[in-house]
Design a protein around this ligand. Sequence first.
Ligand SMILES: [Zn+2]
Length: 347
Amino acid sequence: MTTTPDHLHAFIADLPKAELHVHHVGSASPRIVSELAARHPDSKVPTDPEALVDYFTFTDFAHFIDVYLSVVDLIRTPEDVRLLTYEVARDLARQQVRYAELTITPFSSTRRGIDERAFMEAVEDARKAAESEFGTVLRWCFDIPGEAGLEAAEETTRLATDDRVRPEGLVSFGLGGPEIGVPRPQFKPYFDRAIAAGLHSVPHAGETTGPETVWDALTHLRAERIGHGTSSFRDPKLLAHLAEHRIPLEVCPTSNIATRAVRTLDEHPIKEFVEAGIVVTVNSDDPPMFGTDLNSEYAVAARLLNLDEQGLAELAKNAVDASFLDEPGRTRIKNEIDTYTSTWLAP
Ligand SMILES: [Zn+2]
């Protein structure tokens, strides 16, 4: 296994980027988690950042979900929500992320008793502060926690479609959590309502189950992008369909290793996706929990796809094009990527 050369790491560090698949609670860094754990001492989450590193080492996907939910349990007040959102934006800005679609699971907070309006105000307040202070534009994806059943689906859909509640920054609707035992087609009525309300469909699919789940997401949930889609490589017809219809995959390589969806990075199918002509975007998923960040994922992609600076710039532009940012916003970031790259490569 070769490593990514230093000059590419330096290039990636300042490359303007868009992040399309990153979870709100899953972005909580050990520092933020330890702060929240200290505020809620009855939690089983360690407060010591070093102990958190061990705590965040998973044996399998089910264990990951358990740990994740224990961190969810730390988000109990609107102030917790605001702190988390704002600090996550700061981490994104440090990596030159100009635009991010952050996946939020509002059901996890509202069922804990956080007032829904206070929740929406907290994320919107953080979004506006992040844009003016860090220059990072945030948009929201509200996702159904698949493990929580149809009650959660109903509640998430209501929060995403009721004009009196849904936040201004909301652009898309998703489905996360375990796939095994949680068939996608049952969520069709909820996605239909979200799509009718103007939201884009971006479910997770094919992360821990086979390509049939990706087909389900396309057919029943009308997916415009696929979260992960890792197992798609096992179905040539699916690869051709994704390429032909320009349905991007939100690829999160290190996450797939951490949750054991893929055994090793060298076995990751990202190269097959690119070779099949699919629009591939690279993302970080739950970065501190997986010991990664978006820059590291770009370095992984550079190695697996054998990319130089120009190739990395194209990868960054893929994410901008696959985003739900408006056209002027997309053009602005792509121009910034081009200017940065040509300046970097100038003799
Ligand atoms: Zn995810």
